[in-house]
Design a protein around this ligand. Structure first.
Ligand SMILES: Cc1ncc(COP(=O)(O)O)c(C=O)c1O
Length: 406
């Protein structure tokens, strides 16, 4: 798709088969929301589900709702719904805890299955929480934590052990060849724990197809589960019987209401559940996932690639530095620009209604969730960016004041 005018962008929106999905979302007037890679906006169904859960199931059903409103099985049922989106099987995905906690649980469960290897690796430019968890787990297990510099990952996987790796880099948006890494891991006996936070809900991928064994990922980004929505954990069925979580809480027990003092895990990924699940959040996610019902992930992937391509073409025309891969097949859902004064520029865009985000020291990220971002939005945000740069308006003092969350 070659869009070179705003009229062409509008025409592309008119023929976009995904365009009707935008109606599912609640988006404030005057806001163009390009931060779905950080926190997805609410869907109408998600807010209705939370309201129903709070006012009916909690207020009227009280504790009985664990049975009557399906609360008890909700996390596992949501895992089954997610399994369809990531090419896994029912029972292989559980919604629980945060990505940080799940990385720890997976690392501890995976290490004993790596034929005596004594190392955990993580890319040196990986999302910080992944690095902190890898280091902390290595310290506890008295093994080596290897922060792998750019280009060293394949050699590190060839040495075996556990490797924590994002399918899409949080900063650059670069997507990795999961199948290629898994092929290397099969040879060396390494186990890769995929961080799918920036991949799920925006990209087409298939865990079985690429041979992936272990993963976790957020539900609050492109899945629109809401602030602090619990993450999901994936384990391939053939590994599950041998995976022992280091946090065996009662909710992962095969029969929690037997109140047995000894732990017997569930025989599915539900063994990774720890404590009582956050039901209001799970209800929000339940509603949010309706937006993906019947949606072809390949169509989502193609549209986010086309939106990103338009952003890159317009950034090139403005003479800006694009730090994301140029090929759509090598990008996730966002495009990053490397730019001086990125923070005040982000704030100035925000003041004009264009929400993007900033990652220190110099990166502005534009998130292209294909369910609600339009081609015309991409056209317009780049117009606004060009105008702010040309006018110097971004340099106003109020745009320099740093917020806690950038
Ligand atoms: C790649 C990646 N991993 C992990 C996280 C954080 O996960 P959590 O807060 O669920 O522990 C983020 C948050 O943005 C992320 O981008």
């Amino acid at each position: 798709m070659n869009i070179t005018t705003r009229e062409q962008a509008i025409a592309a929106d008119k023929t976009d088969p995904l365009a009707p999905a935008r109606d599912n979302f609640i988006l404030p007037d005057g806001v163009t929301y390009m931060v779905g890679h950080s926190l997805g906006p609410p869907t109408k169904a998600a807010l209705e589900a939370v309201d129903k859960c709070a006012r009916q199931s909690w207020a009227n059903g009280l504790v009985g709702s664990w049975n009557s409103a399906g609360w008890f099985d909700l996390a596992a049922n949501l895992g089954d719904r997610l399994s369809v989106m990531i090419g896994a099987a029912p029972g292989e995905v559980m919604v629980t805890d945060t990505v940080s906690i799940n990385l720890f649980k997976l690392a501890a469960s995976a290490l004993p299955l790596t034929q005596g290897a004594r190392q955990i690796c993580v890319d040196a430019d990986e999302f910080p929480t992944d690095q902190y968890i890898a280091q902390s787990f290595a310290d506890m297990a008295a093994i080596q934590c290897n922060r792998v510099e750019d280009g060293g990952d394949k050699a590190a996987i060839a040495k075996g052990g556990v490797y924590i790796k994002s399918a899409v880099n949080y900063r650059s948006g670069a997507r990795v060849d999961m199948a290629g890494y898994e092929a290397l891991a099969r040879k060396s006996g390494a186990l890769i724990i995929w961080d799918l936070s920036h991949a799920t809900g925006v990209m087409a991928f298939n865990m079985h197809g690429v041979g992936a064994k272990l993963a976790t990922g957020c539900t609050y980004k492109y899945l629109n589960g809401g602030p602090g929505a619990p993450s999901f954990i994936y384990a391939a069925q053939d590994l599950i019987p041998n995976l022992n979580t280091p946090l065996p809480g009662w909710m992962g027990h095969a029969k929690p209401f037997d109140f047995n003092p000894h732990y017997t895990p569930q025989d599915s990924a539900a063994r990774f559940a720890s404590g009582t699940p956050p039901i209001l959040s799970l209800c929000a996610l339940d509603g949010a996932l309706e937006s993906f019902d019947g949606v072809d992930m390949a169509a989502l992937d193609a549209k986010s690639g086309a939106l990103g391509g338009l952003c890159i073409a317009r950034a090139d025309a403005l003479g800006l530095t694009v730090s994301s891969p140029r090929e759509a097949a090598q990008r996730g859902g966002h495009v990053s620009l490397q730019i001086d004064n990125g923070y005040p520029i982000t704030r100035a865009l925000h003041a004009r209604g264009y929400h993007t985000d900033f990652r220190t020291p110099d990166t502005i990220r534009f998130g292209f969730s294909p369910l609600y971002i339009r081609y015309a939005d991409v056209w317009d945000v780049m117009d606004a960016l060009g105008d702010l740069l040309a006018s110097g308006e971004w340099d106003r003092p109020e745009f320099h004041a740093r917020s806690k969350v950038t």
